[in-house]
Design a protein around this ligand. Structure first.
Ligand SMILES: Cc1cc2nc3c(=O)[nH]c(=O)nc-3n(C[C@H](O)[C@H](O)[C@H](O)COP(=O)(O)OP(=O)(O)OC[C@H]3O[C@@H](n4cnc5c(N)ncnc54)[C@H](O)[C@@H]3O)c2cc1C
Ligand SMILES: *[C@@H]1O[C@H](CO)[C@@H](O)[C@H](O)[C@H]1NC(C)=O
Ligand SMILES: *[C@@H]1O[C@H](CO)[C@@H](O)[C@H](O)[C@H]1NC(C)=O
Ligand SMILES: *[C@@H]1O[C@H](CO)[C@@H](O)[C@H](O)[C@H]1NC(C)=O
Ligand SMILES: *[C@@H]1O[C@H](CO)[C@@H](O)[C@H](O)[C@H]1NC(C)=O
Ligand SMILES: *[C@@H]1O[C@H](CO)[C@@H](O)[C@H](O)[C@H]1NC(C)=O
Length: 460
């Protein structure tokens, strides 16, 4: 396959090319992109630019994945589980420059941290502007992806009619997201508890918690953000988590920090320190599982650590055992939008034959080093998806291997500064405006209209 491609590139360079050869190149590989969220849209954009033959299969009737707010929970009009986990008051937790897709600046009118609504509009504009929708088959859910010989057999279903299709593809891009299937904790006595229990996937508005005693479990980004949202209306917000992060936020008087829950009884929760709280409602902010039920053993991959890790992947993207299958967005503690955009370029460059992957042995060796490093720190394998302080190195590595444009180091620098601001005060970190000066530097100012006396007092 590669030789054929190489010949074609060569003949283009030597000017021997005829239209039929170009056609041969563009129809050579058939690509299936699963999902029309940011991962699917950015992949479609770059492949379209390169004349690659692709189809996007999207289970819902919408682009944008998790960025579309849906007031309803449970199932949709077709009886499918509601995909999105968006809540009404969400504003991005990263500032504007780190939320922009390449070549498509966000509107000047955006605040520094836009609402889900502005960001969702932006994604729709992106899709419209690049004319991507005609490549997307909406309401088509992928149910099986199997390796058979040299091809991927992709089975998918048109949801309204139930009609099933089986197609052959040379290459599969999995952009199905990983913020939809709740990871539920298993806490003793949960069945006894008389109040309501939901997962953050089904959290929409704080109004329903008015004057109630609410227990929030978990301190990830959603746990922290939803806590503050609910504390606005709840009588008491009891926040149970074991994070060692030093949150210096001045929490309101109705916010009570608790350690892990030992067990529930009919009326409330007993915590591991022996204390008890009466409760009306519980919200689990305990994260999500990866959902790759459409894959089987022919993928060569392993879903491990309570379904929160997928291995082995090269550069967090390429299935090492079947390198014609790639995964997008399997990184956390990063500028996820920027990272996905770079991964989409990397994958397109790979398809285009701009670079070749290291050998399987080499990829496994690189991957194993990362696994060993995580093990030696005593961490679970799911930590393999954490970029954190390695984020900028990651972008450098993608560029070094594939020749794609380098994500400028300033992105990671902005995220680091934003992280400090979050630790300082979760109520005020969104008041900062970050402006990129060049690839290495940025400035940070306060959003004028948000600047007020109480905020000033909190600073010093
Ligand atoms: C509440 C919340 C807040 C967030 N806030 C931020 C933020 O502020 N900043 C940030 O950078 N990131 C944030 N994120 C992370 C967010 O997931 C990414 O920004 C981004 O949406 C990931 O895009 P994606 O395309 O990988 O996945 P998704 O947006 O999840 O899209 C996946 C798509 O795949 C489709 N799909 C799934 N399975 C199938 C199938 N079998 N067949 C066909 N289609 C399928 C889904 O319907 C969906 O449209 C947030 C996430 C959540 C849940
Ligand atoms: C893409 O591939 C399909 C199936 O092989 C083919 O019918 C179609 O013409 C191709 N499209 C382009 C633009 O090459
Ligand atoms: C449980 O809820 C029901 C209905 O809301 C109520 O009648 C009952 O008294 C509650 N039981 C306890 C132990 O609080
Ligand atoms: C639940 O446990 C607490 C603490 O032990 C206790 O005070 C409370 O009465 C218990 N509730 C019920 C319904 O037994
Ligand atoms: C592949 O290489 C060509 C030639 O250098 C370049 O024009 C193109 O942008 C590259 N494609 C990607 C996706 O990096
Ligand atoms: C002023 O600052 C306080 C405390 O930081 C904040 O809660 C409030 O939202 C700010 N006011 C406005 C208008 O942004």
């Amino acid at each position: 396959m590669r030789n054929k491609w190489f010949r074609c590139v060569l003949c283009v360079q030597l000017g021997w090319c005829t239209a039929s050869i170009i056609t041969a190149q563009t129809t050579d590989k058939r690509v299936c992109i699963i999902g029309a969220g940011i991962a699917g849209l950015t992949s479609a954009k770059y492949m379209k630019e390169e004349g690659i033959n692709f189809t996007v299969l999207e289970a819902t009737n919408y682009i944008g994945g998790t960025w579309r707010y849906e007031p309803k929970i449970g199932s949709d009009e077709y009886g499918m589980p509601i995909y999105t986990s968006m809540y009404k008051h969400l504003r991005t937790n990263l500032p504007k420059p780190t939320m922009e897709l390449r070549g498509f600046p966000a509107p000047d009118s955006w605040p520094s941290f836009p609402s889900w609504k502005l960001f969702y509009e932006y994604l729709k504009d992106y899709s419209r502007h690049l004319d991507l929708e005609k490549h997307i088959k909406f309401l088509h859910i992928v149910t099986s992806v199997r390796r058979e010989g040299n091809i991927w057999k992709v089975t998918y279903k048109h949801i309204p009619s139930g009609e099933e299709f089986v197609e052959d593809y040379d290459f599969v891009v999995v952009g199905t997201g990983h913020h939809s299937k709740p990871n539920m904790p298993n806490i003793p006595g949960e069945k006894l508890f008389n109040g309501t229990i939901i997962h953050s996937h089904d959290y929409r508005v704080p109004d329903v918690y008015k004057d109630r005693r609410v227990l929030m479990i978990g301190s990830g980004p959603s746990g922290m953000d939803i806590s503050l949202d609910v504390a606005e209306t709840a009588k008491t917000l009891i926040h149970s988590h074991h994070s060692v992060v030093n949150f210096r936020t001045p929490f309101p008087a109705n916010y009570i920090k608790k350690p892990d829950v030992k067990e529930f009884n009919e009326t409330g929760a007993i915590f591991v320190d022996g204390t008890y709280e009466d409760l009306d409602d519980v919200i689990y902010c305990t994260g999500f599982e990866y959902d790759y039920h459409f894959l089987d053993e022919t993928s060569g991959l392993t879903l491990n650590y309570a379904k929160r890790s997928l291995t082995p992947l090269h550069n967090y993207v390429v299935n090492i055992h079947q390198p014609t299958m790639v995964f997008m967005g399997l990184v956390v503690r990063a500028c996820v939008v920027i990272a996905i955009d770079a991964q989409a370029q990397y994958v397109t460059a790979l398809l285009k034959g701009n670079f070749t992957l290291p050998t399987k042995e080499k990829m496994l060796e690189i991957w194993q080093k990362r696994v060993d490093a995580i093990r030696s720190r005593g961490k679970p394998i799911s930590h393999i998806h954490i970029l954190d302080q390695y984020e900028d190195q990651y972008y450098a590595e993608l560029t070094r291997e594939s020749g794609i444009p380098r994500v400028p180091p300033v992105m990671f620098k902005i995220r680091s500064k934003d992280m400090e601001a979050k630790l300082e005060n979760l109520y005020t970190y969104r008041n900062y405006v970050y402006t990129i000066i060049d690839d290495e530097t940025f400035t940070r100012t306060l959003e004028k209209d948000k600047y007020n006396k109480s905020f000033e007092n909190e600073l010093h």
